[in-house]
Design a protein around this ligand. Structure first.
Ligand code: SAM
Length: 311
């Protein structure tokens, strides 16, 4: 299915950030749910945006008209703000970077005070650190000895990154990407209300992809504990606006959202190609919850879960 997405999404519309837990692979599933429920979405809100792959993908496919992306991590938020408002300054700064261990150490230790330096720190470390992890203890790609097959610059294709960064500025200029926000998901849900009024939006969809339950501390600088997941569930279960939520298949997440007749749960099914055989759908780890009422028909990669057997 991922190849199918690559086939239809222009390369320039992909995220410049590599993201642990990127939800790019969920775009077809989310698209299917959206199309079963709306003619069009005026405003798509992504409060845990990370690499923003879903927002960028849905904009590129013309499935949503406007998106509001936000993240609590100041480096990630700075990256999106800078790319949206002055992509050329970021590209120039990027082109001046030597992608070396010495530079990796410099960015890792720097406490940037300006927006463009915060954005550059985010981009540099994201593209040169093992698994794209910006904070924590992860080391540079290729290790400190740089003796592996992968060197520190193997994911730093400046030409390709420049195109992707320019695409973000273009989306902002066209008014499709609203000003990215640095804030908590609660801040973003509040701010989104003002945009609804400004845009005169009649269809609004919130897509939430909170940090993993188990691995949170290793992957992100802003861990999300069990209480955080419960608070989010309390808020969403009382939320009047439409929402879609993605989780890995974890007992905590499944327990929080089951037993509500108006919450639908979908298990995403991947479509792997086995050499010489017909493609067979394989159940993935990802689960989607939503308060949208209409279930899409006939999607092989989107399957209603049998709730009784899934916890
Ligand atoms: C699973 S990642 C999102 C990945 C994204 N969907 C993608 O495809 O790249 C979760 C994000 O939530 C952010 N985050 C953590 N706590 C948050 C909070 N309280 N409010 C908003 N964002 C938060 C993290 O910084 C991280 O970028």
């Amino acid at each position: 299915m991922l190849d199918g997405i690559r086939g239809t999404l222009p390369l320039d519309s992909l995220s410049p950030l590599r993201y642990p837990g990127s939800k790019r692979k969920l775009i077809p599933a989310i698209r299917q749910i959206i199309q079963a429920n709306y003619d069009k979405v005026d405003l798509f809100v992504e409060p845990f945006c990370g690499g923003s792959s879903v927002s960028l993908g849905l904009l590129a496919l013309g499935i949503v008209e406007h998106t509001l992306i936000a993240d609590y991590d100041p480096l990630i938020a700075a990256f999106w703000k800078q790319a949206a408002t002055d992509p050329e300054a970021l590209i120039q700064l990027m082109n001046r970077q030597e992608v070396t261990l010495a530079q990796w150490d410099r960015w890792r230790n720097m406490q940037p005070e300006t927006l463009h330096n915060r954005a550059m720190k985010c981009l540099f470390l994201n593209r040169t650190t093992f698994s794209g992890i910006i904070g924590g203890t992860a080391g540079p790609i290729g290790g400190r000895a740089q003796t592996s097959d992968y060197a520190i610059d193997c994911r730093f294709n400046k030409k390709q990154l420049a195109k992707r960064i320019r695409n973000i500025g273009k989306l902002r200029d066209e008014g499709k990407l609203l000003m990215p926000v640095e804030g908590t998901w609660q801040d973003t849900l509040r701010i989104a209300k003002d945009h609804v009024v400004e845009l005169g939006a009649t269809s609004v969809l919130i897509y939430l992809d909170p940090p993993y339950v188990e691995k949170a501390h290793h992957l992100y600088d802003r861990p999300f504990n069990e209480a955080g997941h419960k608070l989010l569930a309390d808020s969403l279960l009382g939320e009047a606006r439409d929402w879609i939520l993605s989780y890995d298949r974890e007992p905590l997440a499944l327990g929080l959202y089951r037993d509500y007749s108006d919450i639908h749960q979908y298990s995403v099914v991947h479509h792997y190609t086995v050499k010489g055989q017909r493609d067979e759908p394989v159940p993935g780890r990802e689960v989607l919850f939503t308060n949208l009422p209409t279930t899409p028909a006939g999607a092989i990669w989107l399957q209603d879960d049998d709730r009784s057997t899934n916890t």
